[in-house]
Design a protein around this ligand. Sequence first.
Ligand SMILES: NC(=O)c1ccc[n+]([C@@H]2O[C@H](COP(=O)([O-])OP(=O)(O)OC[C@H]3O[C@@H](n4cnc5c(N)ncnc54)[C@H](O)[C@@H]3O)[C@@H](O)[C@H]2O)c1
Length: 268
Amino acid sequence: MSEEKFLEGKVALITGAGGGGFGREMAKAFASKGANLVINDINEEGLEKTREIILKDFNVEVLIAKADISDSGQVKEMAENVLEKFDNLFLLVNNAGIDGGLYPTLKQKEAMYDKIMAINLKGAWNVTKSLFKQMRRQKHFTPVAGKIINIVSCAGTANGANPMVGIYSVSKAGLLAFTRLWALELGKNNITVNAISPGVFLTPIYNNDPNLIKDFLKTRGVKIPIDKIGESKMVADAALFLASPGADYITGQNIIIDGGMCISVNKF
Ligand SMILES: NC(=O)c1ccc[n+]([C@@H]2O[C@H](COP(=O)([O-])OP(=O)(O)OC[C@H]3O[C@@H](n4cnc5c(N)ncnc54)[C@H](O)[C@@H]3O)[C@@H](O)[C@H]2O)c1
């Protein structure tokens, strides 16, 4: 990645940036290229921590936007606050998500079904819906007016559909479909929309516990060809590439970062 500060003067909003996982790592990556940040989460303490980490190392502005993305009212208010503080929103990363625990789809409780869908799928739709018009107005950003990155999952791909987190898989497959639909809908406005699908990474979603991940893989009989658990920086690096001018002609795509896990499921 070049040393050039290609996000200077541009604002990046990241949902789920209060956890110690991808959100925080992407915030650091975008700030390193000069982006001002809007960091969203329901976890206020986590957001304060992310802001502290960013401000220690980077001379950028950071707006904390606590909001439950499944609640369209809170999202609308968040979008208003963003546009009151900043004059643009170049980059939107729909990263917040929950897995809802380990259950086969038909044994999952209705309330949890609703919650997973409301956060992982409707949440991304709420946030995108509240801000795409601002991106569309940014004709002065050429050749691309705005970029959207959806953090999906191997579990949302055809190969990786995971019966242990079935409803999560369905929500992520839906987010992948949104990725292609939004790329189609917003292409004429010079807005790119892409997805990143991580495999298994050491983050709070796995309690930062490598043994939990190893057990999870063993139970499913999955062997990762590159036999390592991923690190958040790998996802942040891919997000930074999608945010960079080098990716301006890429849209509607899904970058799978999984050490080959998806292609190996049920193959060994
Ligand atoms: N860790 C992995 O191996 C892995 C693999 C594939 C996909 N993912 C996806 O990556 C994304 C980030 O997860 P992570 O692993 O970095 O864990 P994380 O726990 O650090 O990130 C998820 C964040 O989303 C926030 N959140 C939950 N509900 C919310 C809501 N209603 N509104 C706003 N924020 C909310 C949480 O508070 C948390 O901070 C998720 O979408 C997850 O599904 C993770």
